[in-house]
Design a protein around this ligand. Structure first.
Ligand SMILES: [Fe+2]
Length: 335
């Protein structure tokens, strides 16, 4: 069955937190900038063109859901005609635009938006060239040009890139997001390989011939991660450059925030990653240099038991860098 629509990309997550002052302070240290704040809602932007890339609502800690970009107003109308989605409403958030809303099989919010006006950029956000690889220096691309970042500068965040969700039924979640939003599987995690139990699904937007991130949604089992309770595993932001990941790490470390995992390089998606806890325990990731695919790349079955002694394999989601702590990553505290 073909999907109702195919979304273009992730837009923003909405997190509910008990203290917007603390949340704003953390998000500034994380690299975001305040766009607007009301009594109960905080909108933060990155350095990219999007009007905002992170929304916080005041209330008991909870993950309210993700917003995705529709490709057209017709797609919004098509979606709004389904049983799952509601009527199209005008957004009152920065940049205006329209939204239609639903909840996924775990009750996690799903918004599909269109027509939010971008802001004007002062920079094209191109990374400064790396002088790496190759035999000849003549092949380098940064010539007669020193590389400089301001000491202690906040890291540059390009965009909201993906979200990890702890869900009660991995396949039911993928099916729902595929049916309504055209999300397709990139990697099916099966410890032990084909025939092993399904442990997680990395999935991406179907943008046809246009390139999509290796994953926009990552589904993990709530049963093993968060005592059966579904909700947020982590939100992830794409940085301009590798330096921004390391600069971000230095700032968050100096300010005394709680590291979760990193810096390392993933297998699935290949990003250089760095995960931090917000003051409320919700995990926020900085990452860069990820894989991109068009829609011809088929789903891969991946054995995640890749690291360590072959006689005593362990879960290996990093190519280099510290091992994941499966006891804490995506635990109940961060929902
Ligand atoms: Fe991630």
């Amino acid at each position: 069955m073909s999907p109702v629509i195919k979304v273009d990309d992730m837009a923003f997550p909405t997190l509910q937190v008990p203290d917007l002052d603390l949340q704003e302070k953390f998000l500034i240290d994380f690299g975001l900038t305040r766009v607007a704040r009301t009594d109960d809602t905080l909108y933060m932007r990155g350095d990219g063109p999007q009007a905002f890339v992170h929304v916080s609502k005041l209330g008991d800690q909870k993950f309210l859901g993700n917003a995705f970009y529709a490709c057209s107003m017709e797609d919004m109308e098509t979606l709004a005609r389904t049983d799952a989605f509601g009527n199209i409403e005008e957004l009152t958030s920065p940049g205006g635009g329209y939204v239609t809303s639903a909840t996924d099989p775990d009750g996690i919010g799903v918004q599909v938006v269109f027509g939010i006006e971008n802001r004007e950029l002062e920079s094209d956000l191109n990374a400064v060239e790396l002088n790496v690889g190759g035999i000849e220096r003549e092949n380098f691309r940064r010539i007669n040009q020193p590389k400089r970042f301001s000491k202690g500068a906040y890291p540059r965040i390009k965009r909201f890139a993906h979200c990890g969700l702890n869900v009660t039924d991995l396949e039911a979640s993928l099916d729902w997001y595929n049916e309504h939003l055209g999300i397709i599987a990139s990697d099916l995690l099966k410890p032990g390989g084909e025939g092993g139990p399904l442990f997680g699904i990395f999935s991406r937007c179907d943008r046809g011939a246009k390139l999509a991130d290796h994953h926009s949604l990552f589904f993990l089992p709530a049963a093993t991660q968060s005592n059966g309770k579904s909700g947020l595993n982590h939100v992830s932001y794409e940085m301009v450059d590798i330096d921004d990941v390391f600069m971000g790490h230095e700032i968050l470390d100096k300010k005394g925030y709680e590291p979760e995992w990193g810096i390392g390089r993933h297998y699935q998606g290949s990003q250089i990653f760095d995960y931090w806890r917000s003051p409320f325990g919700q995990i926020h990731e900085h990452q860069t240099d990820g894989d991109v695919f068009d829609n011809t790349f088929p789903p891969q079955v991946v054995d995640v038991m890749l690291d360590g002694d072959p006689n005593n394999p362990e879960m290996g989601p990093s190519q280099w860098g510290p091992a994941i702590n499966m006891e804490t990553f995506g635990d109940e505290r961060g929902l």
